[in-house]
Design a protein around this ligand. Structure first.
Ligand SMILES: *Cc1c(COP(=O)(O)O)cnc(C)c1O
Length: 195
């Protein structure tokens, strides 16, 4: 089980403190903010793993591939193509998770559960992306267990082993449901500086 420390909007001192404690996997939800935070810090942090956990626009795909080791938010074929093109151009291929909108919430990113198998196949077989697993953010007001269970079922039937699920409020439930990665921000750092 891997703890991804969600460092978005956190103060430099807080990040330095958790780095000093040995944490090496970090999640960021915006490409430019992550570039500003990590480009200068990265040299010397050999085993640092940066994970993009926020929505990605195709015009930022190249910047994302240049910076991130893992992109957790693939949710459409157009983005699969942009990531594949960027990987080809930069000679650097991120590992990729497909984000599934398990609650089919209109305002939320992620492929719908019924379209996930086709996107996984297209990304893996059509575009040659390194699809490792799935990610989800359950609806805020719902019991998360059915969402985590559904994510696990989609992963299993597609032969995927990585499940990024669980945040500060529900990571214990997510671990019980088989999470391999939990993304924890406020429970680790305290409240974010900016909402
Ligand atoms: C901000 C964020 C988190 C962390 O949320 P906390 O509730 O602070 O732990 C996890 N996942 C994603 C996708 C996020 O944007």
């Amino acid at each position: 089980m891997t703890l991804t420390a969600v460092s978005k909007t956190q103060a430099p001192e807080a990040i330095d403190a958790i780095l000093a404690a040995g944490q090496r996997a970090f999640g960021e939800n915006r490409v430019q903010e992550a570039q500003a935070r990590w480009t200068a810090r990265r040299p010397g942090l050999g085993s640092l793993e940066l994970r993009l956990i926020g929505p990605l626009q195709t015009n930022k795909a190249e910047d994302a591939v240049a910076l991130f080791d893992v992109v957790e938010t693939l949710d459409r074929e157009k983005l699969a193509r942009a990531l594949a093109d960027a990987a080809h151009k930069l000679g650097r291929a991120p590992r990729v998770l497909v984000q599934v909108n398990t609650g089919a919430e209109p305002q939320k990113a992620g492929v719908l559960p019924e379209a996930a198998d086709a996107l996984i196949a297209a990304a893996r077989d059509g575009y040659g992306l390194k699809i490792e697993g799935l990610m989800c953010i359950p609806p805020a007001e719902e019991e998360p267990t059915p969402h985590f269970t559904l994510l696990g079922q989609i992963a299993a039937r597609n032969g995927l082993s990585v499940l990024s699920m669980g945040m500060s409020g529900d990571y214990e439930t997510a671990i019980r449901c088989g999470a391999t990665h939990v993304r924890v921000g406020t429970a680790l750092f305290g409240e974010r500086i900016r909402p």
